[in-house]
Design a protein around this ligand. Structure first.
Ligand code: ADP
Ligand code: F6P
Length: 442
């Protein structure tokens, strides 16, 4: 179903663009929204926020009805009557189902309605009070005033979701019809690699630009995704705190951090927090070797320096060993040699995904947001913004040489393997191991 104009069409003054945040939320999404709103308004665009990621496009907007059973839709705070097909609509549930097919109509009773700039008629304000609210608003204009509240806020103003329905033909078509009904000419999608795959599909129908946003840093085409810096800082701060109590009790701690498909957070945080060991999936060694190696290091630490009071292990989520398994394997292996040895597990979980963004993430967010609007205005779509990304199809932007863009197609394909990030992790891990072995003389 192709009903939009060509996808490399330039977005122009007066056009309406939509923005959504999808997948796992992350700090910096709101900063990017600020960039989009400011750049969009400065360019004379109307910026529509879409709630709950792709789910918002499937849900569409509120329907209202009055006590005569007339149904109305709200757009830009005006209430438009739906066309005569409501004769077929026996209840509001069905109205939602036939939502796609319902158009606005010009009605004759002008005493109730006012014309808008397009000639459509909307309900006079005094009559709106009689309306009853039925379904929630998923699309609404993002005014410039909202931008002022955004820069320091974690999470996402627009809310997010994981939406399997969007992957189905019916769900996707529903999303397209919502975009059409709201006359949206271009879309900006913030999210991880999954969301970029969704953006790639949208781009077949209307200009779409992606902004990599995921604390996991598992999106190809950008050195850093939004949220990563804040997440690493949160982990490091937590490790510092855990180290205080670990040292006081002469304990070893396993700290588990997020990273479903990528050990980036674990490896980087290990170096930044000065942790003693890190376990991450990309290393791909057996459970036995991991346990042997860590136990060897712990024993060496305690023999090397009797004042050593703590040992910190960072464990990436979704590795072969769970936190509990790693914990009990080390405990039982070491107790014969170190009877006093105790070990605790802390899972940081979603704590790492929240919080106010660091200055780095704020800056990256605002620049990503600004750049995404410029790309749409330049007629460049089907791409994702990146920061000093690598790879052949990644080119610097003319107006911001620190930023790059890669085609959404390449991003979607390459994120599955992420060879460049795996190589970086392996290199960083090798540095860590070398430092540890030098220190422990093993
Ligand atoms: P993230 O974007 O953080 O990687 P997900 O992988 O859960 O998170 O993807 C977020 C959403 O993006 C999904 O719930 C779905 O709506 C959409 N999406 C993911 N993969 C695809 C795909 N192949 N085609 C269309 N939409 C997709
Ligand atoms: O945002 C990415 C991520 O944080 C992964 O590291 C983690 O496994 C996943 O999201 C969990 O997200 P949720 O609880 O929303 O499913």
């Amino acid at each position: 179903m192709i009903f939009f104009r060509r996808r490399n069409k330039k977005i122009r003054v007066g056009d309406r663009i939509g923005v959504l945040t999808s997948g796992g939320d992350c700090p910096g999404m709101n900063a990017a929204l600020r960039g989009i709103i400011m750049a969009g308004h400065a360019a004379g665009l109307e910026v529509l926020g879409i709630k709950n990621g792709y789910q918002g496009l499937i849900d569409g907007n509120h329907l209202y009805y009055d006590h005569f059973g007339n149904i109305y839709r709200e757009i830009d705070h005006k209430y438009y009557a739906m066309d005569g097909r409501r004769d077929f609509i026996s209840d509001l549930g069905q109205a939602v189902q036939t939502y796609d097919h319902v158009a606005f109509r010009k009605m004759s009773y002008l005493d109730k309605f006012l014309p808008d700039e397009r000639g459509f008629l909307f309900l006079k304000p005094a009559l709106m009070e009689g309306l009853k609210l039925e379904i929630s608003l998923s699309l609404y204009p993002l005014g410039r005033e909202i931008a002022d509240e955004l820069i320091s806020r974690g999470g996402t103003l627009l809310d997010s979701s994981r939406c399997d329905t969007f992957k189905t033909p019916a769900g996707f078509n529903k999303a397209l019809s919502t975009l059409r009904e709201h006359q949206i000419q271009g879309v900006i999608v913030l999210g991880g690699d999954g969301s970029m795959r969704g953006a790639l599909k949208l781009n077949d129908h209307l200009p779409t630009v992606g902004i990599p946003s995921s604390i996991d840093n598992d999106v190809w085409g950008t050195e850093m995704a939004l949220g990563v810096d804040t997440a690493v800082n949160t982990i490091v701060e937590s490790c510092d705190k855990i180290s205080d109590t670990a040292a006081s009790h002469h304990r070893t701690f396993v700290v588990e951090v997020m990273g479903r498909d990528c050990g980036y957070l674990a490896v980087i945080s290990c170096l930044a927090a000065g942790a003693d060991a890190v376990v991450f999936r990309e290393r791909n060694v057996s459970e036995e070797s991991i346990i042997n190696e860590i136990c060897r290091h712990i024993l060496a630490e305690y023999r090397l320096d009797r004042k050593k009071t703590k040992f910190l292990i960072i464990l990436s989520e979704n590795t072969k060993l769970s936190g509990e398994e790693l914990n009990s394997a080390i405990q039982s292996r070491l107790n014969p040699d170190l009877p006093e040895f105790t070990l605790r597990l802390t899972t940081l979980g979603h704590v790492v995904r929240g919080g106010s963004p660091t200055a780095f993430d704020r800056l990256l967010g605002v620049r990503f947001g600004y750049a995404s609007v410029q790309l749409l205005l330049n007629g460049e779509s089907g791409v994702m913004i990146g920061w000093k990304g690598k790879g052949e199809s990644v080119k610097p932007l003319s107006f911001d040489q620190d930023l790059t863009r890669a085609s959404l197609k390449t991003v979607s394909r390459q994120s599955k393997t992420l060879k460049d990030k795996k190589a970086t992790l392996t290199q960083l891990f090798a540095i860590h191991q070398e430092m540890m072995c030098y220190k422990l003389n093993i």
